[in-house]
Design a protein around this ligand. Structure first.
Ligand SMILES: Cc1cc2nc3c(=O)[nH]c(=O)nc-3n(C[C@H](O)[C@H](O)[C@H](O)COP(=O)(O)OP(=O)(O)OC[C@H]3O[C@@H](n4cnc5c(N)ncnc54)[C@H](O)[C@@H]3O)c2cc1C
Length: 525
């Protein structure tokens, strides 16, 4: 099969390539080795309108030591046009110290023609799930350096790969958003982009809460972690989820520390007969404070397990690690005891252990941190039908830093839910009263709650700066999605109306508000 027709451009410098790509827009693709791209074009799975050939750009094929490595080792820099073969035959110990896995892996990539033409940059940019380089870039803690029309930025590999064939190279394409907005405007609709940046105080404990001088000062939380004789773990907490997935997130925190699978951890919450005093779930506090208490309690139980294992394996507790369901001697995985077996012994063969280790594996800990600050930038694009004044969300992007993300799916779900709630506050939800003060929007026929039909996809980029003020490095997450959305949507509406004299400084903005304002300004459709 022949590929669909395309325009061919050869770039001789990175600057020229970037300018060409900016000019040609989303329909253009970079041609590096061509190994992924050409077969896809031949099968007509990809039909770029233009190819920008970068193969003649000098100075992009190299493998060199980087003295600014992350630790005492040198780092390693690899150019975008470096072929698999260059990596495979590289032997320079000064360059490869600590990275010997790269040439060893390169040997396994495809066959010779693939290795001699396929490029490192092409593999990474393509985010092919079968690519060795993508996985190694993440495992080695690599960073991807991106150059585009808006300048340069560096993204940790773990954040660069966002899914199969999807990378962080796209979401911040401000120019693409502007181009799309202008295209929609040329097609006869209003379109606008709005931004909202915020910093949010989250998860504060009693030191901060006491400043409010309330009769009851909330803030700390308490967790009990107990391992039963089968090795199952029960975590009791004073926080109480209502759909945020605490069962999963808390299990991950505790399982990580005890070296067991999260499936073996059960969370008990919401039963005041069982839980110690704590302050529940609000203020984006559960994972930071409740999770921090659970983490500290799990650390104590892990210490008990290590001591018991050390006694039975005749080793020092410091040499025992808990991982993959076993207590094992660090560096000698052959000397190990299953954690479930250890738990059984502590409970049922107490006589084999020193007195301080007998009769139970449990710890109760309260945690009361000063608090964390989360931050985010929300970007919304809306379109407005000039005939009906219907306002629709067209695109939405959240770039946010909530510290260590313990469970990306749980966090993404909360961000998307929050954005939906915030966008609904801006576009749908209004509480109305009749002249006698009777509520006039008391049913879902009158009070418009959002559904999936009102939303557009929400892209999310996580920047993870671990908090020094929380046990897990996480910052509060629950409510942030809701904070940015109303302002971002309102800003987008005002941008869409920038060719009129109409501006809104309140929410919600309903179609009838818009229609009335446009009529008043003499800009009615
Ligand atoms: C038969 C066969 C076997 C293979 N076996 C393996 C294997 O075992 N392991 C493995 O890891 N891979 C394997 N591959 C994949 C191959 O290594 C990759 O396709 C190749 O490395 C991609 O690089 P490229 O230079 O050919 O990229 P291209 O095909 O030229 O480009 C791929 C994509 O990335 C984009 N792109 C390229 N360079 C850049 C850049 N610098 N910046 C931004 N975007 C860019 C292009 O626009 C295109 O969308 C195999 C491929 C084939 C055909």
């Amino acid at each position: 099969m022949k590929p669909a027709p395309f325009a061919y451009h050869r770039a001789h410098s990175v600057g020229e390539a970037v300018a060409l790509l900016a000019e040609l827009g989303d329909e253009a693709k970079i041609l590096a080795g061509g190994l992924s791209l050409v077969p896809m074009m031949n099968f007509r799975l990809a039909r770029p309108a233009a190819l920008v050939d970068v193969t003649r750009i000098e100075g992009l094929s190299y493998l060199r030591a980087d003295p600014d490595g992350p630790d005492e080792r040198n780092g390693l820099r690899i150019g975008a046009l470096t072929t698999h073969r260059t990596v495979e035959i590289s032997r320079d110990p000064a360059v490869l110290v600590g990275f010997g896995v790269l040439p060893r892996s390169a040997r396994w990539i495809g066959h010779y023609p693939i290795r001699s033409r396929g490029t490192f940059g092409g593999s990474i940019a393509h985010a092919d799930p079968a690519s060795e380089w993508c996985l190694l870039a993440v495992l080695l803690g690599g960073r991807v350096m991106l150059t585009g029309p808006d300048g340069q930025r560096t993204v940790p590999a773990a954040e660069f790969f966002q899914g199969y064939y999807t990378t962080a190279a796209r979401p911040v394409a401000r120019r693409a958003w502007l181009a799309e907005r202008d295209q929609i405007r040329r097609a006869g609709q209003h379109a606008g982009i709005g931004y909202a940046c915020f910093s949010e105080r989250t998860a504060y404990g009693t030191p901060a809460m006491s400043q409010r001088r309330m009769r009851m000062t909330p803030g700390y939380d308490t967790a009990l972690v107990r391992m039963d004789p089968t090795g199952e773990v029960i975590v009791t907490t004073g926080t109480c989820g209502h759909g945020q997935g605490h069962e999963t997130t808390f299990a991950q925190i505790v399982a990580d520390r005890l070296g067991v699978h999260p499936d073996q951890v059960r969370l008990r919450q919401g039963d005041t007969d069982l839980a110690s005093y704590g302050w529940g779930t609000w203020g984006s506090r559960s994972v930071v404070i409740g999770g921090g208490a659970a983490a500290r309690a799990a650390d104590l139980v892990a210490g008990q397990l290590r001591k018991a294992a050390a006694r039975l394996l005749e080793a020092s507790p410091a040499d025992v690690e808990l991982a993959e369901g076993s207590a094992r001697i660090r560096g000698d995985a052959g000397v190990a005891i299953p954690i479930a077996e250890l738990a059984r012994m502590v409970h049922f063969q107490a006589h084999r252990l020193d007195e301080d280790l007998r009769y139970g594996l449990e710890a109760r800990v309260s945690y009361d941190p000063p608090g964390t600050f989360s931050n985010a930038c929300h970007v919304a694009m809306v379109t407005i039908d000039p005939g009906t004044c219907a306002i629709r969300l067209h695109r939405y992007l959240v770039v946010e830093d909530r510290g260590v993300v313990i469970n990306p799916m749980a966090v993404d779900g909360q961000v998307r839910g929050g954005v939906t709630q915030g966008a609904a506050a801006a576009l749908l939800e209004r509480v109305c009263f009749g002249p006698e003060g009777q509520p006039a929007s008391a049913t879902l026929m009158d009070y418009l709650a959002p559904t999936a039909a009102e939303m557009c996809p929400v892209d999310i980029v996580h920047l993870q700066t671990p908090s020094r003020f929380s046990e897990t490095g996480a910052k509060g997450t629950g409510e942030g999605g809701m904070i940015g959305a109303p302002a971002a949507v309102l800003g987008a509406i005002n941008d869409a109306l920038s060719d009129t004299d109409v501006r809104f400084d309140h929410i919600p903005v309903l179609p009838q508000d818009l229609s009335a304002a446009l009529s008043k300004a003499g800009a009615a459709p």
